[in-house]
Every structure is written in C-alpha cells, then in structure tokens.
Design a protein around this ligand. Structure first.
Ligand code: EPZ
Length: 417
C-alpha cells in the first residue's frame, strides 16, 4: 500500500494556492443532475471524492466532460437505476444523489453512504425531510428505496443543524410544488455555494447562509456556469502548518471570512499573521500559549479543524483542551500523535481531550484514521524530528488536492512511497 514519507524540520516558504472546496463540489456534482440542460462547474479540485462521484454519474449514464479544474454535466439521457452498494459506500456525499434523484424523478434506489468513521452518522434527518415533502421510504439492510407520487413543499424543522440534511432537502425541494421552509438549517459557506448554483439555474432559494431557508419550487432548471468556492478547511490546514513552521509562507486564494473562528483562536494563542483580501501570510513562528476550543456548527469553530489543531497544541506552552460537540468518535488521531511523543489525555466520554505542550515530536510509523486525522499526522511529520511514514493515505487523498506537490513547492521533504 502506498504511504507518505516525510523528513521533518524543514522551514517552509513561498505560496500555497488553495483549491475548490471538497464539501461544496461533492454536493454540486450530484445537484447538477437536476439541470435540464448542461451544467458547468469550475475550480473543481482533483481529489478522489470527485472521481467516485463521476463514477456514479457514468453508472447512471450521464454525459460528463471533465478537464483540469472543470466538469460539464448533461443528464438528459440519464437512467434512474439502483446505485449499487459498492458505489454508494465509497464516500459520504453519495447521499446527495438521494435528494437530487428524488427531486428529478421522484424515485431513488441506493445504499447507505460511506465516509470517515468519526461517529454513527445516521441520515434520519435527511429521510424525515424527504417524508415531509411527501416521499415514502423503504429500507432493508441499508438499501433505501425512496419514492413519491408528487413532491409538495412543506415546513421542515431540523432537530440538528445538519449540513448534509440541509443540502439534501434543498435538492429535493427545488422542483417540488409550492414552498418549502427549512428551519434550524445549517449555514456553512458550502450551503450558500450550492444554493447559488441552483439559483444560477433558475431555482428560487432564499436565506441560504442563515438558519431559515425558503425554497419555492420551479419546473425547469436551465444551463449555467458555476465556480466552487475556495476550500476553507484546506486553507485552515495550511494556515496551522504555516503558524508552526512557515517563514514568509502565504496561503493564497482564500476567503478569510470563512476562517474567522480559526484565525481568532490562532491569534489568541500568539500567531502573528497578515490577512490580505484573499490570502494570509505568516512571517515566522512564535512561542505559543495554550488555548481551549469547542467545536460548533458554522460560524463556530469547525469540527474539521480540531484534529489538526491537536498537532498545533503540542507546540503550545501549557495545557490546551478540545471539546468535540459534533461527532462522537473524532479523537482517533490522538493515539497516533502519542506514538510521536505527544502528551494527551482523552476524557472517558470521548468528548474532551487535553493536550500538553510544548512537546518535541519525533518521526515514526503512524496510521491515518480518517481524512482530517491524516492531515494532522502530515503536519506532525513536517514539524517532527526525523522521518515519519503514514499509511492509509487514501483518506488524505480524498480531500487534499495535490498535497504532495503543494508542500514540495514550499520546501517540504515529502513523497509517496
Ligand atoms: C458534513 O458532514 C461534512 N462532510 C463534514 O466534513 C463535516 O465535518 C460536517 O458536515 C460538519 O460540519 C461533507 O460535507 C461531505 P452533519 P455531514 O450532517 O453532512 C448528526 C470532512 O472532514 N446527524 O452536519 O455528515 C451527525 O451524526 C468531513 O470534510 C444526525 O444525527 O455532517 C453528526 O453528529 C468530515 N442525523 C451531526 O449531526 C442526520 O440525519 C452533524 O452532521 C444527519 C446528521
């Protein structure tokens, strides 16, 4: 199995360009089948999640023209058939075909989605939303058949501000009859990017980015060109890296606003950064003090940053804490960091961890447990003494476009072996 090998301790300088957002493009591609003409999406990252979605579209007989950074999708000859378990399980975002196919054909036949094992990750809120629009759901052994005679707008209150459920209900409701209101909706920037895409095709969505989204159904969605927003999680990953080992290291092509909570915490800890219109520059690392973070829905501190922040906290003076409120099993990477010398304590209920610092990390063999856990080990390997090898790297390649190339370009000694 391929592994990542890192020789740590090399200062990094130059510019890291950020790619399109994984958590937006993985919704945009399924959403494109709602278009009755051709949808063109640009700033598409080269990650394996996009490959897996492309395979589902090919399976459904959609026409796809994918070039570097762009994909054109025409679904006029699409065949609405079962999405096999094998295809469904490749990634979490396959669940967006539920909302899109239900919205387009009032029928979908697929299996429970895959994705990182960072918690139970049920889809009950998605299904509840589909039922509120008039769908009937049969499920057997994780095989779902969802169908409706017609879809009718309705008021839907989400018990939790779920990203996936908010987007999936939006996809199912854009062509429903009448008005749908999603209350207690999630407000992540990726949701705004998907709503803008649908509105560019002629949908009528208001309030995306707030906790109340209103969708008035339309009959036809026409062709459009749409750009994926920059990936705030990729940007935050490299900003944390720059804070630890950057020397005039710039993170470029970003929307700083989307990183507000992370910037606030890094600044509180002592990071000195220059924030530009679409970039952030870190001149040199400083001595950092310990901090406490609690993960929350947007615009709170993103759960996708907490694992990478754990690596950062090993370099802060004192005891830092992480309270994880979104997922119930997202501390697995900490035990890998311990192998590198980190001093960590996880509370019995697996909801809170304490990280002591400043600690010297030493390279060794570690295992990537999930996407962001894997990223936390790449950062650890880059600041550690000696050589680190990381296995299970397919997790990392699912969400980080050209990670080896981008890091090598700023002076990292990193390769896939
Ligand atoms: C999205 O996952 C992202 N994935 C995750 O990023 C991200 O961590 C998460 O949102 C939160 O921001 C994609 O966009 C593909 P949720 P999703 O629905 O949609 C519970 C990464 O590293 N819940 O907001 O799965 C759920 O179990 C990934 O890029 C239900 O109980 O997140 C979780 O505890 C990891 N029932 C919480 O809500 C439901 O029907 C948040 O889940 C849906 C969710």
């Amino acid at each position: 199995m391929p592994r990542i090998r890192i020789e740590g301790g090399h200062k990094l300088s130059g510019t890291i360009p950020i790619s399109g957002a994984k958590n937006s493009v993985v919704a945009l591609i399924p959403a494109a089948i709602l278009c009755d003409e051709t949808a063109t999406i640009s700033n598409v990252p080269d990650i394996t999640d996009v490959d897996d979605l492309e395979n589902i579209l090919i399976h459904l007989n959609a026409k796809i023209n994918r070039t570097t950074g762009k994909v054109e999708i025409n679904s006029s000859d699409i065949i609405n058939k079962e999405i096999t378990s094998e295809l469904s399980k490749k990634l979490r975002a396959s669940y967006y075909f539920m909302g899109a196919l239900l919205g387009k054909f009032k029928k979908v036949d697929m299996y429970f989605p895959g994705g990182c094992s960072i918690g139970e990750r049920p889809i009950n809120l998605h299904l509840k939303g589909f039922e509120a629009l008039g769908a009937r759901i049969t499920e057997e052994d994780n095989h779902f058949i969802i169908e409706a005679d017609s879809l009718k707008g309705n008021n839907i209150y989400l018990d939790f501000r779920s990203v996936g459920a908010t987007i999936n209900i939006m996809l199912a409701a854009v062509k429903a009859t009448g008005k749908t209101v999603i209350d207690n909706a999630a407000a992540e920037p990726e949701i705004v990017n998907v709503a803008t895409f649908l509105n560019n095709m002629g949908a009528k969505i208001k309030g995306a980015g707030t906790s109340t989204i209103t969708i008035t159904g339309v009959k036809h969605l026409h062709s459009c060109f749409h750009e994926v927003i920059p990936d705030r999680i990729e940007a935050g990953t490299y900003l944390i890296l720059a804070s630890l080992i950057g020397e005039n290291l710039k993170i470029d092509n970003i929307i700083p606003n989307h990183l507000e909570a992370l910037i606030a915490k890094l600044t509180e800890s002592g990071v000195d950064m220059e924030i530009g219109i679409d970039n952030i520059l870190v001149k040199e690392p400083k001595n950092y003090k310990s901090i406490n973070i609690k993960t929350l829905v947007y615009p709170g501190f993103a759960t996708d940053f907490q694992q990478i922040m754990a690596t950062y906290m090993t370099q802060c003076k004192g005891s830092s804490t992480i309270e994880e409120t979104i997922f119930e099993n997202r501390f697995q990477n900490l035990y890998e960091l311990e192998k590198m010398g980190a001093i960590i304590k996880v509370r019995k209920d697996n909801k809170k961890a304490t990280i002591k610092g400043k600690t010297k990390l030493v390279g060794t063999e570690v295992v990537s447990t999930d996407l962001r856990g894997g990223a936390s080990l790449v950062i650890a390997g880059l600041i550690a003494e000696g050589v680190t090898t990381i296995s299970n790297i397919s997790y990392i390649l699912r969400g980080y476009d050209k990670i080896i190339e981008k890091l090598t370009n700023v002076g990292a000694k990193i390769e896939i072996i």
